[in-house]
Ligand binder design. Structure first.
Ligand code: PBG
Ligand code: ZN
Length: 325
């Protein structure tokens, strides 16, 4: 008599039929951290299960990923030498160029994305060239260097470039640079709405990219700002971004929903290192059913409007989804 909305929850087959959102293995991009050298696999204490890998070990990892149905990776480089401009990232024989070439040579079907930034390559750890007077990253000099870096990745055979530095006019500049050099087919996934977040802590351990002084608040966004979050993404859309992104994910699902409602572009979320580390800490403390909570979190991203999930959980999720298939 009193059953109304519950009628559709009584039968598991019907629950499947009326389910609105799904997490799929194809939704994920898996981040990889590549360290100069050979036979390196350094697990990072703040990110259990995430390793700094040398290129030889990255190839083994790619094989495992493909076995799980994970065919998209985003690469971060950890070079041996850093300087004030991030020269390793500007060199055709630098770590990232060699990494992309080697991965594409062995795994032509792997969709290889590169994170385009300088914080892992500069000795000061900021995302570009510093302007000593303003004590921040110089926008336009950094744009010139980002274009050089992007062309190196393009030449190495990358499938998509994801600029993460939050410099103004990045997308228009890179689009023009790539188009002019014959790479108009290369898509750009913009880190379009990226907050100055404390959730990036563990990433900076693994990527060895913490700023040696100051913070990133003069280029990354204020976590308090939702209207500006929409402006940032729409600006990147206007400049020619192919995919937009919100980063971090979990504390910003309102922003995800708002942007999704205002664009027809695909939207990615970056489920960042601190979010991953929190769930692992809760698991280790024995206070949650880790796998259930993790998948529920992924579903939350989809429900909020994410099409793509960049996540350190990708392998765990893929294993669970395989088990369910
Ligand atoms: C580099 C970059 C960062 C992340 C992705 N690209 C760190 C930062 O801005 O300091 C963070 C990812 C994570 O926390 O998992 N600009
Ligand atoms: Zn950076």
């Amino acid at each position: 008599m009193a059953y109304t909305l519950r009628r559709k929850r009584l039968n598991p087959v019907l629950r499947d039929l009326v389910r609105e959102n799904h997490v799929r293995t194809e939704d994920f991009i898996y981040p990889l951290f590549i360290k100069e050298g050979e036979n390196i696999a350094n697990e990072v204490p703040s990110l259990p299960g995430v390793y700094q890998l040398s290129i030889d070990n990255v190839l083994k990892e790619c094989k495992e990923l493909q076995g799980l149905g994970l065919n998209a990776i985003i690469l971060f480089g950890i070079p041996d030498t850093k300087d004030s401009v991030g020269s390793d990232a500007l060199c055709e024989h630098g770590l990232m160029a060699r990494s992309v070439q080697t991965i594409k040579e062995h795994f032509p079907d792997m969709f290889v994305i590169t994170d385009l930034c300088f914080c892992e390559y500069t000795d000061h750890g900021h995302c570009g060239v510093m302007d000593p007077k303003l004590e921040t990253v110089d926008n336009d000099i950094t744009l010139e260097n980002l274009t050089k870096q992007a062309l190196i990745h393009a030449k190495a055979g990358v499938d998509m470039i994801a600029p993460s530095g939050m410099m103004d006019n990045t997308i228009a500049t890179l689009r023009a640079g790539l188009d002019g050099a014959g790479y108009s087919h290369l898509p750009l996934m913009a880190y379009s709405t990226k907050f100055a977040s404390s959730y990036y802590g563990p990433f900076r351990d693994v990527a060895e990219s913490a700023p040696s002084y100051g913070d990133r608040k003069s280029y990354q966004m204020d976590p308090a700002n939702a209207k500006e979050a929409l402006l940032e993404s729409l600006e990147d859309q206007a400049q020619g971004a192919d995919i937009l992104m919100v980063k971090p994910a979990l504390a910003y699902l309102d922003v995800v929903k708002e942007i999704k409602g205002n664009t027809d572009l695909p939207l990615a979320v970056y489920n960042v290192s601190g979010e991953y580390a929190m769930l692992h800490a809760a698991k280790n403390a024995g206070v949650i059913d880790y796998e259930q909570v993790m998948m529920e979190t992924m579903l939350g991203f989809k429900r909020a409007g994410a099409d793509i999930i960049i996540s350190y959980h990708a392998k765990e999720a893929a294993r669970l989804l395989k088990g369910n298939a």
